[in-house]
Design a protein around this ligand. Structure first.
Ligand code: ARG
Length: 572
């Protein structure tokens, strides 16, 4: 199918070139769009970009092109629609292309090469030590993990980095609080919870006792200066917290190449600060070192506090330089909530002003907030919602439904399926939305087995596997005699071959919902096909062709869900 498309593209380009359209106006690998509706065909060529040069209306260009192209092998029909020329490809030919790829390796059915030779750094998750993993970090984690998987499947090299928040003045507060009220056993039992309660207690005490803040500043200063006692405590906090985070990452099927906390850049700040200084970027304001960004309509970027302590932005600047030197990325993506947009604009600009022209390849990938609407979580208004609670709640709700609907499954198996479905539900519910929008979270929507949900994708996949299991050993499809006998077969083939386009859309916009919507569309198309076409019938050739369509659907769902970080159960 790829080759038919290339063939058409070649012919179109020759036509346009002969007509004198300059080469730089023709983007050979970006000529086509997906038609607005599936019924309009498989490829749409917009003729608008050439109208001015050819001094002709787009519909006239489309008609001339159609007459010129004549018959093209693998193309069923060419139709002028307004300013577009639409191509309907031969569905048997499309099927063969998909099936060949499937036969090579079903698990790599969504692998392509568009991004080969590129190196993309994706920074995501980045929770803070001694603070619970919040919903904001969940969003960063699933979106970033999806982007890492997406770029890999398109052939890019990816470096997945977790920028742990493990440095800053709050560690002074924690150290003071721990020395005063901490408990080693409690810390070992539930480190994140214990540290959080110490942090809260510190702030309460500091309201009436101003010496607390002073003590915290001093403790952090000792930590920055490398004092043994403070460093040992900090290391314990860090290690115990990371262990907990890793548990969550395992549940979510997320992996990093590098886990480098802010503290890692401690000894890398000075050279960077020196460079900024040499470039004459520094001003002093209220004893602090800043970079003035008035010319860019932004507040100043804070580099160094009056006591010499480094800041969040300083560490980010040093991290960017280190990453560029170490990994040599083509672009770096920072998957962080929209509320930090200004911070990224500021330090990107500072890097650019310092003469690092690669700063233009740094991109903030923002996302909106989570809003809880119904059920237990909404009663905790104003409080931080912990990710683990949400995952546990999803899993327990699914388990209840399963107990009711499928009481015969052994308990241990049910528990593991519920874990898979529950986490997948939360992941899909996030990734199905345009990331920049807020998510209005509803349990009914996220877990709805019949709705646009992760469990529904899983259900469709399990259904495919069930059909395949029942089929026994039917002969392989004889590719030369593929015969399409029902329009729903053709529609399913068309839908299956749109997977690639949906990945490219995701990559272009760095968004996941194109794939999520595509997977839902695919399940709907599959269910209509299954409803109208008997898969295993009397004609063995037809049965094996239809089974192959089920195989392709199952492999596409599995690979697509896999890109999103979802695991799918084999039964439920
Ligand atoms: N730890 C930070 C937070 O939780 C997010 C870090 C984002 N990444 C960065 N390079 N600043 O708010």
């Amino acid at each position: 199918m790829q080759t038919i498309k290339d063939d058409i593209a070649g012919r179109v380009v020759r036509f346009l070139t002969e007509k004198g359209v300059p080469a730089d106006m023709i983007q050979e690998n970006n000529l086509f769009k997906r038609p607005e509706k599936d019924a309009f065909g498989d490829l749409a060529l917009p003729c608008f970009p050439f109208a001015r040069h050819l001094k002709q209306a787009p519909p006239k260009i489309a008609a001339d092109l159609k007459a010129h192209l004549g018959d093209i092998p693998g193309v069923e029909q060419v139709a002028v629609m307004g300013g577009y020329l639409n191509f309907h490809l031969d569905k048997a030919e499309m099927f063969r292309a998909l099936y060949r790829k499937f036969q090579e390796d079903p698990t790599r059915i969504l692998e392509w090469r568009e991004f080969e030779g590129r190196k993309i750094l994706v920074e995501f998750s980045s929770p803070n030590i001694a603070k619970p993993f919040s919903i904001g970090h969940l969003r960063s984690t699933v979106i970033g993990n999806f982007l890492q998987n997406l770029y890999k499947t398109l052939g890019s090299k990816v470096i997945a980095v977790n920028h742990i928040g493990d440095w800053g003045t709050q560690f002074g507060k924690l150290i003071v609080a721990f020395v005063k009220w901490g408990d080693r056993d409690e810390l070992a039992g539930d480190p994140v919870q214990h540290l959080l309660s110490l942090y809260v207690r510190f702030h309460k005490e500091a309201e009436t006792n101003p010496e607390m803040e002073e003590a915290a500043r001093a403790a952090f200063k000792r930590l920055e200066d490398g004092s043994d006692a403070e460093t040992a405590l900090w290391e314990t906090f860090r290690e115990l917290s990371l262990k907990e985070f890793n548990r969550t990452y395992n549940r979510l099927n997320v992996h990093f190449d590098k886990v480098l906390g802010e503290a890692f850049y401690r000894d890398k700040l000075k050279p960077v600060i020196d460079t900024l200084k040499e470039k004459g970027l520094f001003s002093i304001s209220e004893n602090a070192v800043i970079v003035n960004l008035e010319d860019y309509d932004m507040p100043p970027c804070l580099i160094q506090k009056s006591d010499g302590a480094s800041l969040y932005a300083t560490r980010d600047i040093a991290a960017a330089v280190y990453r560029h030197d170490t990994f040599g990325f083509d672009e770096a993506l920072y998957v962080v909530g929209a509320e930090q947009a200004l911070h990224f604009r500021q330090f990107f600009k500072v890097l650019e002003m310092a003469g690092f022209d690669w700063a233009l390849n740094l991109h903030h990938i923002p996302f909106g907030l989570y809003r809880f609407q119904d059920g237990k979580m909404s009663t905790r208004k104003g409080k931080v919602i912990f990710l683990e609670e949400v995952l546990d709640e999803a899993v327990s709700r699914i388990r209840n439904v399963m107990e009711e609907k499928n009481p015969d499954i052994p308990d241990s198996e049910r528990a593991s399926i519920a874990e898979t479905l529950g986490t997948s539900a939360i992941i899909f519910n996030d990734l199905k939305n345009d990331r920049v929008k807020d998510i209005k979270f509803s349990w009914d929507e996220a877990l709805n087995m019949e709705g646009d949900s992760g469990p529904y994708i899983a259900y469709s996949y399990v259904r495919c596997r069930g059909i395949l299991d029942k089929s026994g050993n039917l002969p392989m499809v004889d590719q030369d005699s593929v015969a399409i006998s029902h329009p729903d077969e053709a529609t399913l083939i068309q839908k299956l071959s749109q997977a690639h386009g949906s990945l490219l859309l995701c990559a272009k916009h760095r968004k996941s919902h194109f794939l999520a919507q595509y997977l839902l569309d695919l399940t709907h198309t599959f269910h209509s096909f299954y409803h109208s076409c008997r898969v295993i019938g009397d004609d063995p050739a037809q049965s094996s062709f239809r089974l192959a369509l089920v195989e392709l659907t199952s492999a596409t769902l599995k690979a697509g869900a896999g890109l999103m970080g979802m695991r799918l159960p084999e039964k439920m």
